[in-house]
Design a protein around this ligand. Sequence first.
Ligand code: 7TS
Length: 410
Amino acid sequence: MKHLNVERIRLDFPILSQAVNGKPVVFLDSAASSQKPIHVLEAMERFYRSTYANVHRGVYTFSERGTELYDQARAKIAHFIGAPRPETIVFTRNATEALNLVAYSYARTFLQAGDEIVITELEHHANFVPWLTLAKERGLTLKFIPLTAEGTLDLSKLDEVISPKTRLVSFAQVSNVLGTITNPQPIVARARAVGAKVVVDGSQAVPHMPVNVQEMDCDFYAFSGHKMLGPTGIGVLYGKYELLDAMPPFLTGGDMIAGVTFEGATWNEVPLKFEAGTPAFVEAIGLGAAVDYLSALGMEAVRAHEREITAYALERMSEVAGARIFGPTDPAVRGGVLTFALNGIHPHDLATLLDREGIAIRAGHHCAQPLHIRLGINATARASFYVYTEPREIDALIERIYKARKVLRK
Ligand code: 7TS
């Protein structure tokens, strides 16, 4: 593992040096939420201890300094994903809220009965249910880009699924279940050809690989801070400025207005128009620190490390008799998740037995039930990796799977 100095990195994550159930912790659930380095914890604590005050309100030193740090965090995040300017970054609670913002504000305003929305069969519920709900409410048609047998998007169907009636196309850049990495280019090109807007769910991409929203030329891009070493409660919606400017607010109240009278209100400028109420500014500062940490590692190196560890995990899991692995087998098009099912062992039983050994994996449908319907299985087990994952943790997983088999006599 030459791309990252994982041994050194692990020292930044005190949680990883603990024992769980008397065993060294093996944390293999970073796709659900990552652990946090001391840099992030300290940035937030430092702010609480030394400078805390609400942003955008006071003219006194603490408030001004807080506002400055909040703005700096926005600028750092804009730079990190190649956004043209900080104003195109809207802070939300998480990716779910970011996607709902697009559905409620953009799509509700600009789409009409009979229009089509295209998503894919592999979406997380966060990029599925808002469109399903809106489609039902507004008489829109929801269509799906299908999967190939390998679990990649079947792009040969693009011209058929994305039609002149399509007004919006939304897809995950990386699947949280199959790990499938989708090249956005052919989808963006087809959407452009029919004049549809493009939304990308980057929740499993931004933490793990270089992302450039301008090169991608998407209209909106959503992700969560907590999956990329940042705190919970902070997410991001990138949007093209002209679109954000033309959209009505999502939530209303304090901070998002320019002025209010007894008769009406006018809206603040983008992005503040979309940030009603006291924002999660300490969390934004924490996310800024996470971005600094990832930038120092280098996102190319992060991706290279995960590609290698995923290749190793695929190789080790393929040795396990009766293990069914989901998703592409080529690590070049696969992010750091390994979803599998074992003959005769329910994923929840496996996860419980592994927990006794200090190993954390996720079991269930991973908030992608329609995908599981497509795969013809109710639940799967998932191990997911990040900058701190070591090959010995994969070995521990495989070894304990054998042990679990013995315990369950399967
Ligand atoms: N989109 C994708 C692709 C995701 O993986 C997730 C969370 C979300 C959206 C929603 O993120 P949130 O921060 O708004 O909740 N995925 C997972 C998971 O795979 N296990 O737990 C959460």
